[in-house]
Design a protein around this ligand. Structure first.
Ligand SMILES: *Cc1c(COP(=O)(O)O)cnc(C)c1O
Length: 484
């Protein structure tokens, strides 16, 4: 097995600053004072705060080591399925951090912020063109927030037609945020079981769709990494009964510039700019989840949006808008990153990015399918879903495999999701990994699969090379120990 660089670095124990250093140590040296000391006022005397005494190098090493406890896509491959952890080009950061952008005040009148409004306007147009839909609002701050906007639009549409609806069709492969967003709008999710081929079965939709049902939420490609081939037929059934089709666009990285979602019958779609359009994410930082809609639903979009009359960019409110989803225009810095990414890629390379994302996932799928159980042995899109089925006889689980991958220098893939595959291991390599990087990853997974047979305890006791070992994850989330 190739031993990639940086996959087994020093793992440094780092105490608190208070536990380091020695009394009297100092980070600077200044000349002795040549004036007599004056007595301080009484109230300023006494014990000061208990700051530790440290030298400069101790402080520098402390913070540098803490920064190395983190793992990001700049550290190594991060194959977290459904999350599209692609590399984020630094030029996007440069532009998002430009002073013209960061110093623009959101309360400026339109005439004083034509440039920043133009970026929003052009981004709205790019996103409309990429998805095939007609109008866009960039306000929502995340995918889940875009879903909520979408469900509010569904509700506004049905109320506008004079009849509130109470249910929504929800595939069992849906991301957990889908039923949550629908429920927040008062809809009762009606579960749909995936068919044998891992995609939606038209007959089931035909049976369940009725005039009490507001519509359906579909992720395409779905969270099994499979393309919903019947989406047009499903959309027709839903439309016939007066319902709407919501597209969860989190997996857009597989189909950018290739699939026209309006032609698929989608009425409302959210995008995750932080996933598909390259913004650092995963640490809970800001995101953006624009909603894109067909012409008929434009009037319901969150406000304000930006319009252009041929000479001036203007903030506008749509007539029946669901209102604001966020202050001002959402997370503007993320919008600038996406705008910059789209401009630097151009239509041709956005399409190529999707093709390479699918190629990379297919490569991993084919190379690993004799080693890990493949849930659905069919052509995959941008991610492949395996499981621990073959390892169960050795009492090795998906969690053990994920933890062992950490010891080998990788962020684990998404595990135990989607729920329809017991013990799921969902690998999304993304287009930004090279063939050599993929080959090294594949070798590492094969090695772990062997270890599961020959030395299962090694996996049970992973990770072993980290400061913290196997955690009780519930306790770690509920009662985090933050003291290092
Ligand atoms: C990530 C994701 C979401 C939610 O997006 P956030 O930006 O994390 O709120 C919804 N659906 C799918 C399929 C996703 O992968």
């Amino acid at each position: 097995m190739k031993n990639g660089p940086g996959r087994s670095g020093l793992i440094m124990d780092e105490p608190l600053l208070w536990e380091k250093g020695k009394k009297g140590r100092n980070g600077m040296s200044i000349p002795e004072s040549d004036v007599p000391a004056a007595a301080l006022a009484d109230e300023l005397c006494g014990e000061g705060p208990d700051f530790p005494d440290l030298s400069e190098v101790e402080v520098v090493r402390h913070y540098t080591r803490l920064s190395q406890w983190n793992f990001g896509v700049d550290t190594g491959m991060y194959p977290l399925g459904s999350c599209t952890m692609k590399y984020n080009p630094k030029i996007n950061e440069k532009h998002a951090g430009a002073e013209e952008i960061t110093s623009a005040h959101p309360l400026l009148d339109d005439e004083y912020c034509q440039g920043t409004l133009r970026i929003i306007y052009e981004l709205q147009n790019f996103l409309a063109e990429i998805t095939g839909l007609d109008a866009v609002s960039v306000q929502p701050a995340a995918g889940a927030h875009g879903e909520l906007a979408g469900m509010l639009i569904f509700d506004a549409y049905h109320q506008n037609k004079g009849k509130k609806r109470s249910k929504i069709l929800m595939p069992d492969t849906a991301h957990g945020t889908n039923p949550a967003s629908a429920a927040l709008c008062g809809y009762k999710p009606v579960p749909i079981k995936s068919g044998e081929r891992g995609i939606l079965d038209v007959e089931q939709i035909r049976e369940l769709m009725d005039e009490e049902t507001a519509g359906i939420m579909i992720t395409n490609p779905n969270t099994l990494g499979l393309f919903e081939e019947n989406i047009r037929e499903i959309a027709e059934i839903v439309h016939e009964k007066g319902g709407l089709v919501y597209g969860d666009g989190a997996n857009m990285n597989a189909i950018m510039g290739i699939v026209d979602l309006k032609k698929c019958g989608v009425d409302v779609l959210h995008l995750n700019l932080h996933k598909t359009f390259s913004t650092p994410h995963g640490g809970g930082g800001p995101g953006a989840g624009p909603v894109c809609v067909v012409e008929e639903l434009k009037k319901f979009l969150p406000s304000p949006r930006v319009d252009f009359d041929g000479s001036t960019y203007k903030q506008v409110e749509d007539t029946a808008s669901i209102g604001r989803m966020h202050g001002f225009h959402g997370n503007y810095g993320v919008l600038v990153r996406a705008f910059c990414y789209i401009l630097t890629m151009g239509a041709e390379y956005l399409e190529k990015a999707s093709q390479y994302a699918v190629l990379n996932a297919s490569y991993v799928k084919v190379k690993l399918k004799d080693h890990l159980h493949l849930a659905y042995d069919r052509p995959c899109m941008h991610e492949a879903v395996f499981s621990d089925k073959n390892q169960q006889e050795n009492n090795v689980s998906t969690l053990d495999i994920a933890k062992r991958l950490m010891d080998c220098g990788y962020h684990p893939p998404t595990i135990y999701f989607p729920l329809v595959v017991p013990g799921a291991i969902m690998i999304e390599p993304t287009e930004t990994e090279s063939l050599e990087e993929l080959d090294t990853f594949i070798e590492v997974v094969k090695k772990i699969v062997k270890e599961a047979e020959t030395d299962p305890d090694l996996l049970h006791n992973s990770p072993s090379r980290f400061k913290v070992k196997r955690l009780d994850e519930t306790q770690a989330a509920r009662n985090p120990c933050l003291c290092g």
